[in-house]
Each structure stands twice: as C-alpha cells, then as structure tokens.
Design a protein around this ligand. Sequence first.
Ligand code: 6PG
Length: 238
Amino acid sequence: MQIRVLSDIEAISHEASKIFVNLAKKYIASSGRFVNAISGGSTPKRFYELLASDNCSGNVDWSRVHFFWADERCVPKESEESNFKLAFVHLLSKIEIPAENIHRINGEDVSEKGAKDYEDEIRRFFGALDVPVFDLIILGVGEDGHTASLFPDSTKSLDEKTRLAVPVYTEKMNRITLTLPVLNNARHILFLVSGQSKARVINDILADKGKRGNYPAGLINPVHGDLLWLIDEAAAGE
Ligand code: 6PG
C-alpha cells in the first residue's frame, strides 16, 4: 500500500488523471483494452473533467477503454444523485467512446434485479473467470468509512463471498455495489480522498491500524494488485 498526500483536490485530480492515462496506455498496449470501474460522490468530478480535457483525452484510445461502476445509487440515470450522471456529464459525453464500452449499473430497476443484471453483464464481458480482474478501480471514502456502497453496518454485503454485485438497502436510498472479492481482485486500486471532514476516518483507517477493520474502506486490500491512496492535506490533517 502506498499513501501520497497532495495539496488539494486539484492536485489529487491531476495525479489521478495521469495515473489513469498511463495505465490505459499500458493495458491497451499489452492486452488491447483497459477496463476500469469508477465510483460516485463529489470527489471524482474534477478528475473526470481533467480526463476529458484535450491534454489527457488526446492520449487515450477511448475505443479500447471500458467503464464499469464500483457502485450506483438506485435513482433514475438523470438524477443529480446518479453516479452514472456525474461521469456522463463531466467525462463520457465529452469523449469519443462507443456506447457499448459503457457498462452502467441500472439504478432504475428494483435493486435486486439491478444487481443481478449487472453481475450478468460483468460475467458476459469477462467470460468464464470466477472473479473478474479489473485493471483499475477508483474508490472514495465516506465520513463513516464506507467505500463503494459497502457500509459499516451492512454485514450481508460485507460478508458476500460469491456474488459479484449485491443490492444494499439504506435509509436514504437503495444502492447496488460490487462486492469485496471483486474490488480486492483488481490490478490497481486508487482511493481519492479530499476534505477535512474525512480527516478522522482517514486517521482511523491509515494511521491507527487497529481500527482499520472497523471500516469497509479499511477492508480494501488487493489480493494481487496494488493500492494507492491519494489524499489531500485537509483529509490527512489528523
Ligand atoms: C457513492 C460512492 C461512495 C463515495 C464516497 C465518497 O455513490 O456515494 O461511490 O462510496 O465514493 O461516499 O463520496 P464523496 O466523494 O462525495 O466524499
């Protein structure tokens, strides 16, 4: 695991976009495609904008890049709460990417069906592999230590060993999330964390190792891949 502290969200986003472009080039050259999964929340917005800018975008063969999502909220895809919408508005609508390379989670469906359909889509794409291997998964962390839509009290989703995607029922809204076996099977995992409101949980997860397991984000520990935390100074404050 590597931890890199950068000044602010702008610096994190620049670094993340550089990493994305380099990995895209590397995997397209070696295997003909680059398969990544992105998250929601507000943090990735600037990263998406940078990726869509000429500087980055001109260096990526988008026809060979596939986007999946680490999680989705069960809302219409036009909703401001939709993780798909955030990526679509700031990135996907601005680049030349074939529609079939965008593998969104259907949040409009009843979450059990949405999760099942998403799992089918992942299995179709990756073929017979038991647990798919994403080239890159980009994650965020909530103030309660959740990541993707894996929440601290949601033991059913945290304990899932065989399903690739599961529904998660929360008070505010239902969600669909990739499970820990899938997340931890990625080649590269990148956390983007910004803001003072995350300082306590970041300290618990990264500095006080005893507490790491109390938080879903602390359970991200790639089996074969590497894990990089990009944290801004405010979030690293404690
Ligand atoms: C979601 C997420 C979630 C997110 C964190 C951080 O759909 O809410 O994917 O895990 O990454 O909550 O969110 P912020 O970037 O808004 O802090």
